[in-house]
Design a protein around this ligand. Structure first.
Ligand SMILES: C[S@@+](CC[C@H](N)C(=O)[O-])C[C@H]1O[C@@H](n2cnc3c(N)ncnc32)[C@H](O)[C@@H]1O
Length: 300
């Protein structure tokens, strides 16, 4: 069954975007179009909404929901190419830019995309854009043990990364990985039973790590943020929802070293307890926002 992705921290996102009815807004991670629909509802007839997603399925889904509105332009693109997308649309400045990073419930709920450890027979894929060259199976079958360990430890913050990498390399010498179920079984073997009984699903961290690596998620964000800062008009707003400590750190550092951005959140905002009760998938979310300001030649 297909479910809408519940937009995370929606009222906070709208508050920080401070949508002007005649403004131009970019949703860099359209997904199911939840945030985008809410922004659109704040726009008047002169306003415009640009939506990007790498995933052609997400785009088709959002197009059903928003595509018939003449104020909306939806583009299949990596937000690492934000400047190019805006240039192709004849835009130089926009009023607000939103990133809601990571994977959507819609993608997780489609087992054939390979994002979920809850389905045994799915292909081990995890690509946002199915035309990109390497799937999760390619990484798991080809990377050296040390590189696998590094990815699982860094992007998954998994304390058993070394054992998982070792078990993966041993298992693939018998049979290459092709399904999510095969990987889940090997991860379960690698993590000692006492640790497996506590906390989330034992494969959760490794799956997250592989997804981040397959889609080069941090690299895309790092490339995109300077473009976002460049294209905001003075007073324009940048709002970013991140779900991983490395993403949040990257955003925080970027705000710190970008003088034209004045942070509006001293510390990242977290979802309210009421939201977390309704939507546990929001639990790791952190929101940071900034405003574009004028820097005089003296640097102040
Ligand atoms: C958390 S979901 C967004 C959900 C959306 N805000 C909503 O309310 O439905 C993240 C989306 O960003 C997309 N995405 C991730 N990295 C991307 C990138 N580098 N460029 C464009 N889209 C990306 C994913 O395909 C996914 O659809």
């Amino acid at each position: 069954m297909t479910r809408f992705h519940q937009p995370v921290m929606l009222s906070e996102v709208l508050t920080f975007l401070a949508v002007r009815p005649d403004g131009v807004y970019v949703d860099c991670t359209l997904g199911g179009g939840g945030h985008a629909a809410a922004v659109l509802a704040c726009l008047g007839p002169e306003g415009r909404l640009i939506g990007l997603d790498r995933d052609p399925d997400a785009l088709a889904f959002a197009r059903e929901r928003l595509g018939s509105d003449a104020r909306v332009r939806l583009v299949q693109a990596n937000f690492a190419c934000l400047s190019e997308v805006l240039r192709d649309l004849g835009l130089t400045e926009v009023d607000g830019i939103l990133y809601d990073l990571g994977v959507s419930s819609y993608q997780l709920d489609q087992p054939e995309r390979g994002f979920t450890y809850r389905s045994a027979d799915a292909p081990l894929d995890m690509r946002f854009d199915p035309s990109s060259p390497l799937s999760a199976a390619d990484l798991v079958n080809r990377l050296g043990e040390e590189e696998l360990r590094r990815i699982i430890a860094t992007y998954g913050e998994e304390r058993w990364a070394k054992r998982i990498a070792r078990f993966i390399v041993r298992a693939r010498s018998r049979e290459p990985f092709s399904t999510t179920g095969q990987l889940v079984e090997v991860i379960k073997e690698a993590i000692p039973a006492s640790s497996r009984r506590r906390g989330p699903h034992p494969a959760r961290r490794t799956f997250q790590a592989l997804r981040i690596a397959v889609n080069r998620e941090l690299e895309s964000l790092e490339l995109s943020l300077p473009q976002a800062a460049e294209h905001l008009r003075l007073g324009g707003r940048l709002v970013i929802l991140s779900y991983h400590s490395l993403e949040d750190r990257l955003v925080k550092e970027f705000f710190r070293r970008t003088p034209v951005l004045r942070p509006l959140t001293k510390k990242p905002l977290r979802p309210s307890p009421q939201e977390l009760e309704r939507n546990p998938r929001a639990s790791s979310c952190k929101l940071r926002a900034a405003e574009k300001i004028l820097i005089s030649e003296g640097g102040e």
